[in-house]
Design a protein around this ligand. Structure first.
Ligand code: F6P
Length: 466
């Protein structure tokens, strides 16, 4: 089989380059090994009508990486517009933040059509296409319109919310109907998959039998494939990273003080405001914890051209400065707040240095930072993960300290509990999480999806043959 993987963002970097996108960083090692062709945006745009989409192609492991310049006239409406100002807020249950014009929607559809045209050059008789994420909901249908009969799968990295929330997206029916051109649609959690099927029956009134939807496109299977990480590799990397200059400097600066760490894209779905408020509350309720624990919060700037992101950046800067002003001392800064990206290598060492990992999104498809924090720990003296119950990762990492990110007092108490947790309990919780990570690796996720795609397509072809 000749696999073509498609995502908006692609990773061309190695472990020592800064990464902002969880998806791209997670996919890189498995795609590299699989020999697939990975197609995505180059991050550049190109003017004028292009007959033949321009792609820069380079070797990637046993396969190739093809980076396309997207059409300049439609890029803003597609990326900042419909994908990240209509779909992203809705998928994360923030319908109040939906801002999208008809023009944005048309640009989104144009870019999906453009990508379909570009993919045709990679099509062979034994090709299977695997499309990633909400940027390309309609890509499968665009490919089918161009005569592609090979397997096409789709995986959604974000949550899929309740049907009434999806109804807040302009053109939601048209888009979900287009998604049914896929043979297989994968979700991170059972809830996401059930919400999707619920939309299909309530809004599209289509028949569903054991996760298989029948529509004018034929049949589509919806199923759950929780994404994982290569925990063993990440653990080795973290142990090695302890001697990295950035990590050594951090350790020296702590002077025996404990450290909590948060690493997120600067995004309203990540619950950063509530998290900072929880630390504020913790230092107020437990003055003994002032000077004994600080928070290192890395908030990598993201989608800065969108108003909601700019507003959040200002709100956070002010909040962090208030909290530091209130609790800080001449020789102690409670929150070390950094607006930049770090390489996977440095991050792994930072995770291992911190006694508490704080991952408290309001909504998150999976959240790979939670998994990476666990994998990076020293087995002899592991740290504690404080994890939002609204992150997909909470389904597997159920021996983390699970919190409700809307309950600021509750989070403050739980972070304090994490800081005082005895070694035996830390070990027990960590070992249970590590076992889950090893069983649900990214290699497993990749292979399971690709196998299921081939099987689903083969069954479908057999039953639909006259
Ligand atoms: O979670 C969805 C997602 O597409 C991730 O896969 C990725 O980490 C993130 O959003 C990246 O966002 P962007 O490409 O807009 O920086």
């Amino acid at each position: 089989m000749n696999l073509v993987v498609v995502s908006n963002r692609v990773a061309r970097g190695a472990a020592n380059e800064p990464m902002t996108g969880g998806l791209a960083a997670a996919l890189l090692p498995v795609v590299e090994k699989s020999g697939a062709i990975w197609v995505g945006s180059s991050g550049r745009v190109r003017d004028g009508a292009q007959k033949e989409p321009f792609a820069e192609i380079e070797a990637l492991g046993a396969g190739a990486l093809a980076m396309l310049d997207l059409p300049a006239a439609h890029y803003g409406g597609y990326y900042e517009g419909f994908a990240n100002s209509a779909l992203w807020p809705a998928l994360h249950s923030r319908t109040d933040l939906i801002r999208a014009s008809q023009e944005d929607y048309l640009s989104y559809r144009e870019v999906n059509a453009f990508m379909a045209r570009a993919l045709l050059r990679f099509q062979k008789p034994d090709t299977a296409f695997w499309i990633q994420d909400y940027h390309f909901l309609a890509l499968g249908s665009e490919l089918r319109d161009r005569g592609v009969t090979q397997p096409i799968g789709f995986f959604l990295h974000t949550p899929w919310p309740a049907h009434s929330t999806i109804e807040g997206v302009p053109h939601h029916r048209e888009l979900v109907e287009a998604m049914l051109a896929y043979d297989l649609i994968g979700f991170q959690t059972r809830d996401d998959c059930e919400n999707f099927l619920d939309y299909i029956s309530s809004d599209l009134a289509l028949e569903i039998d054991d996760g298989v939807i029948t529509s004018r496109h034929g049949t589509t299977r919806a199923a759950v494939f929780p994404i994982g990480i290569d925990a063993e590799k990440f653990a080795l990397q973290a142990a090695k990273a302890m001697s990295h200059p950035d990590v050594s400097r951090l350790r020296r600066s702590l002077n025996g003080e404990k450290l909590a760490i948060g690493v997120d894209r600067l995004d309203y779905s990540k619950g950063l405001v509530n998290r900072i408020k929880a630390f504020d509350q913790m230092w107020s309720l437990h003055p003994a914890l002032a000077r004994t624990v600080s928070l290192l919060q890395i908030a990598t700037p993201s989608r800065g051209a969108i108003e909601a992101y700019g507003n959040l950046q200002s709100e956070l800067a002010k909040l962090v400065s208030d909290v530091n002003g209130r609790h800080g001392e001449v020789d102690w800064t409670p929150i070390r707040y950094l607006n930049k990206g770090f390489s996977q290598t440095v991050l792994s060492g930072l995770y291992r240095t911190a006694q508490v990992g704080v991952v408290t999104p309001l909504h998150d498809g999976m959240n790979l930072v939670a998994k990476e924090y666990v994998a990076a720990q020293n087995p002899a003296d592991p740290g504690v993960l404080v994890l939002s119950k609204f992150a997909g990762a909470a389904n597997e990492l159920d021996t983390a300290l699970l919190v409700n990110p809307h309950d600021i007092d509750g989070m403050a108490r739980t972070i304090a509990t994490a800081l005082y947790m005895p070694l035996t309990e830390r070990r027990m919780r960590w070992e249970a999480m590590m076992a889950k990570l090893s069983a649900g690796s990214i290699q497993r996720w990749f292979a399971d999806f690709v196998d299921a795609l081939q099987e689903t397509h083969a069954d479908k072809t057999a039953t639909e043959m006259p």
